[in-house]
Design a protein around this ligand. Structure first.
Ligand code: SF4
Ligand code: SF4
Ligand code: SF4
Length: 273
């Protein structure tokens, strides 16, 4: 049993076939370089059965590694610059979309944030695993609310009266119905509680009358949304609070969701260091 638990920590999960393991290569935010992918394929060809399985958390599983080859397969992956993902009670590899490096709608750099999260909590043992997802904007293509901790890029719009001609384009594109423009009486209003921080009004104003502060929206357990935070360090501080809450309240082996639903108090979460 001790051997299996060490193998699990090393990224190998036991298969139903005796002495065979599925090995996990992890990405940061879903990125692999072409050379890393080549290494993964080489391992699959050399030690597996020539195929891989893409996991739901943006990792690559290489099945059918024989017990006798686990060390060799791991070495080949590491030498090709691929990280082997530990299975267990950790902050798992962060799932993310491509964010503002690629996506025209992206507001934040998902790769940068995912890398910082992984570095910060690397191999820290927890009562159970915590899943984290990051989306570059409120379109939320990676459905961050399905994670224990979800983070979305968002923007808070600010309007400048001098530049506005009350054309109403911003109100038309706002799917949340948060903006009201009265072109006759020359008034522009926003209902902040309706705004979902998508930034469409900013992009569609031809007079640059709306600017925005870009930030991060944290969603805990898919159910509690924290006020938008405007810098990465404060996002990480808030995550520290969430993780300390989990560590302090979890009974051995409890999942985050169970602890959250029983003990969570938003007053214990702070973005300040
Ligand atoms: S969540 Fe936003 S940034 Fe990410 S892929 Fe979807 S539209 Fe692009
Ligand atoms: S789109 Fe720009 S100019 Fe037109 S009403 Fe909105 S803020 Fe004013
Ligand atoms: S940011 Fe999006 S939701 Fe908020 S007012 Fe602008 S268009 Fe509407």
């Amino acid at each position: 049993m001790e051997m299996y638990s060490k193998l699990k920590k090393d990224g190998f999960i036991r298969q139903r076939q005796d002495n065979y393991f599925s090995m996990r290569a992890v990405s940061t935010a879903g990125y692999f370089t072409s050379s890393q992918l080549q290494t993964i394929l080489n391992v699959a060809d050399t030690y597996g059965q020539g195929y891989v399985h893409i996991t739901s958390r943006q990792s690559v599983a290489i099945p059918f590694i024989h017990l006798d080859n686990t060390e060799k397969a791991k070495r080949m992956l590491n030498e090709g610059g691929v990280e082997v993902g530990a299975y267990g009670a950790y902050v798992g590899a962060v799932s993310a979309c491509q964010g503002n490096r690629v996506c025209p709608s992206g507001l934040v750099d998902t790769f940068e944030l995912a890398s910082k999260i992984e570095t910060r909590y690397n191999n820290r043992e927890l009562p159970n695993k915590i899943n984290v997802g990051v989306a570059g904007c409120p379109n939320n293509c990676v459905r961050v609310q399905q994670n224990d901790i979800g983070i979305k890029g968002g923007v808070v719009p600010h309007w400048t009266a001098d530049k506005c001609n009350y054309c109403g384009a911003c109100a038309k594109v706002c799917r949340a119905g948060a903006i009201t423009v009265d072109s006759i009486n020359k008034s522009w209003t926003i209902e902040a509680d309706k705004c979902v921080n998508c930034g469409r009004c900013i992009k569609n104003c031809r007079r640059a009358a709306i600017a925005g502060d870009i930030g991060y929206i944290i969603i805990l357990n898919g159910s509690v949304t924290l006020p938008i935070i405007f810098n990465v360090d404060e996002v990480l501080n808030a995550m520290d609070s969430v993780i300390e809450f989990f560590v302090s309240n979890a009974k051995h082996g409890e999942r985050f969701r169970v602890v959250f639903e029983r003990d969570f108090d938003i007053n214990n979460i702070s973005a300040k260091a």
